[in-house]
Design a binder for this molecule. Sequence first.
Ligand SMILES: [Ca+2]
Ligand SMILES: [Zn+2]
Length: 208
Amino acid sequence: MSDKYVMQIQQKLKRLGYSLGVDGIAGKETLKVFNQMVTDSGLKEVEVPKPSAGDWKDDWDHKLAGVHPNLVKVVRRASELTTTPFKVIEGVRGIERSYQLYGKGRTASQLRAKGVPTKYARPSVRKVTWLNNPLGSKHRVKSDGYGHAVDLFPAPYQWEDIEPFKEVATAMYQAASELGIDITWGGNWDNDDRWHESGEYDSPHYEI
Ligand SMILES: [Ca+2]
Ligand SMILES: [Zn+2]
């Protein structure tokens, strides 16, 4: 499978005068030429350029399918406002996935009580959702035919690194205010000035 990012590097090498095929495949030839360029440049180390923000959006049409157009607008505008690339890791959530998430940290009898098939019970893993209704998530398709939530995961893709989440949140709030659309962030449920108070730990999550 060819890769856009590899193709960009190949194009740059070609522009520098190296002869190689631009096919998006990081094969032996590309590696050889790249190493030659490093040697020629006299550098000990070469910083590989980060993929441009555009690459992060390659699967957005797919990931944002079925999400309410207002929320999609905010996400797309936020991506123009921030210098932090971010992935859309979840938009609309299906029944199967809702059950899988609800089963985490719950026993078969707890699931039975909520009408969730007991095969999804995973009592020994960490609980991830505190929903009263297993299918009540804002990620589910609502009566207007759209999902009302998205989960965004910023580069460099480290869950513990909270700063990039804050940068994306700043861009999301700014985009929402520009567009006149109300959003709620899982890192600030009560929408006050204090982020990440007790219970405000769902940093990837945004909903309308
Ligand atoms: Ca708060
Ligand atoms: Zn979410």
